[in-house]
Each structure stands twice: as C-alpha cells, then as structure tokens.
Ligand binder design. Structure first.
Ligand SMILES: Nc1ncnc2c1ncn2[C@@H]1O[C@H](COP(=O)(O)OP(=O)(O)OP(=O)(O)O)[C@@H](O)[C@H]1O
Ligand SMILES: [Mg+2]
Length: 278
C-alpha cells in the first residue's frame, strides 16, 4: 500500500469539514449542492445539500449505498449537470460545463473508441481537446501507458483486451490529460477480485509517483479505505453527508486498525437516518 501506515487511529468527524483556515485552499469546493432529475412526470432528488472540499493530492472517496447519488455528484463535478441549489467551484471558478481540467473514468469497459488502438485512444483527447502536435501527443500517451504497464499493448484494439486492461487504458487516457482532478466512478467494480486488487495497487503506485488529485466513487467500504485518504459517507437516497472520515491512510491492514475502521464506517452507513445533517 502506498500510504505510510501508523498506529494512529483515523478520526471520524460527525459533520463535514467546513472551510479550514489552516489548510491550503480547496482545489474543488462542493458547497450545499442539491441535484435533481426532472422528468415530465416526477422530480427525483439525488443529493441534498452536500458539501465537501477536495485539496490538491487528495484521494477523496465518496462512499454510500446504491442510489445515494454518488454518480450524480461526479457528473455535476464533471460539468454534465447543474445543481438546483448550491455551487461547485474548481480553483475558485464555478463549474458550468465539462472541461479538460476534469477527466472522468467510468465503470463500464466500453468507454474506449473501438476503432482506435490503445495508443490512438490515449492520444485522441490530447489531439482533440489539448491540441497537442502528433509528436507531443504520442510521447505523452506512451509515457502514461508505460505507467499503467501497457507498453506491450500499444497497437491492440479494445475488443482484444481484458476488462482490467481496458480500465488501465481509460486511466492512462485520463491521466495523460494531466487534469486538475481525475473523477473515477467505480472504475474497478466490474473486475474480478484479483484484477481489482492489482488495479487498486497500481493506482496507489501511480499516485505515489505523481500525487494527482482524485475523486473516487465506490460502494465498497474496503476499497474506500484502501484507496482514500479522506472518505465522505453519504446516507441512502437522497444522499446527504453523514460523516467525513479523515486520516484514512493511517489505518493499517496489519495492526487491525483498517478492520476496526471498516466496522465503524459500516455502523455509520447503516445506522438509522438521524436526519439534521448538512
Ligand atoms: N437520468 C436519470 N433520471 C432520473 N433519475 C435518475 C437518473 N439517474 C439517476 N437517477 C436517480 O438518482 C438517484 C441517484 O442515482 P445515482 O446513479 O447517482 O446513484 P449512485 O449512488 O451512483 O448508485 P450506484 O451505487 O448504484 O451506482 C437514484 O434514485 C436514481 O434512480
Ligand atoms: Mg453510480
């Protein structure tokens, strides 16, 4: 595991951290965000007044049961959906549309362009959105594909790759854009357990090398503890902030502290809805 494990227990804060005057300013600020889907017949409230701050190099995890609005929150941060209430800002600018400063990696294996090779897939947004020259785009694409151990598959087409390899291409494509924040929506959820663990380890190793900022969605408590340094716990539908867990990377699988934290988070997530939270 990338993070240094100590015996110190992570702290579970009952309410989300507000602005912290001692820390550096937030890279991403989600402030009182309510997200609704309006169809002809009904209005579905996906999240209600959710607030959190992501700082540079955070591995910030959104954790909550199915339907609590995790993907919806990620879509809104990505600029694909506007809040009905509240504000999302990145580096102080309100998010109003998608941009290359926020790259998304999805759960589905079919997020690659089937008619392009692995190298072509990673180069595509570099040419299209970043407007790099072919030479610069290829250099950057090769660099990040090497980081996810795919140098041998540069000329392969997506349909010839395993699920894990496809996800690594998608991660390389996102990282090659060098976004301010990488948005990952359950990127390993559809993988078998062994491949999932390998991909988690690789992601942490990558983080160790480049210290990128990631907003990671999962509904696996174990994955949240393994990946995150901070975890936001969301209540069932509609998603509200139940608690924020900080110092998660201090929980160690070897001294039992990760197991204790897992049980604590489980209890918090499945406790009766006590209402009244932010
Ligand atoms: N396009 C849509 N139109 C209407 N309602 C939607 C739409 N997409 C999601 N919802 C509703 O919004 C709520 C939150 O959905 P969302 O997909 O964000 O949950 P999630 O936390 O990502 O769940 P999961 O863990 O299953 O992926 C759910 O009640 C869902 O039914
Ligand atoms: Mg989802």
């Amino acid at each position: 595991m990338a993070a240094v494990a100590t015996a110190t227990r992570p702290a579970v804060a009952g309410t989300p951290a507000g602005p912290n005057p001692t820390a550096e300013p937030a890279l991403l600020d989600v402030a009182g965000v309510t997200l609704r889907y309006k169809t002809a017949a009904v209005v579905v409230t996906a999240t209600e007044r959710v607030s959190f701050e992501v700082r540079r190099s955070d591995r910030f995890v959104l954790l909550g049961p199915s339907g609590c609005g995790k993907s919806t929150l990620l879509k809104a941060v990505g600029g694909y959906m506007k809040p009905s209430e509240g504000r999302i800002t990145i580096k102080g600018r309100t998010v109003t549309e998608p941009g290359p400063d926020r790259m998304m990696v999805f759960q589905e294996f079919d997020q690659l362009l089937p008619w392009k090779t692995v190298l072509g897939n990673v180069m595509f947004p570099l040419l299209d959105a970043r407007r790099l020259s072919r030479r610069e785009a290829e250099e950057k694409a090769r660099h990040y594909l090497e980081k996810v151990n795919l140098t041998r598959a540069l000329d392969a087409y997506p349909h010839t790759l395993s699920g894990g390899m496809k996800q690594r291409v998608a991660i390389a494509r996102g990282m090659a854009m060098e976004p301010d924040i990488l948005l990952m929506d359950e990127p390993f959820a559809a993988l078998d357990a062994l491949t999932r663990r390998t991909c988690q380890d690789e992601l942490l190793q990558l983080w160790d090398e480049t210290r990128f900022t990631v907003l990671f969605v999962t509904h696996s408590i174990a994955e949240a503890i393994k990946i995150g340094n901070r975890i936001l716990l969301l209540s069932p539908h509609p998603g509200r902030v139940r608690a924020e867990v900080v110092g998660v990377d201090q929980a160690s699988p070897t001294d039992g502290s990760a197991g204790r934290l897992e049980r604590e988070i489980h209890d918090l997530l499945f406790a009766e809805d006590r209402g009244g939270h932010a």
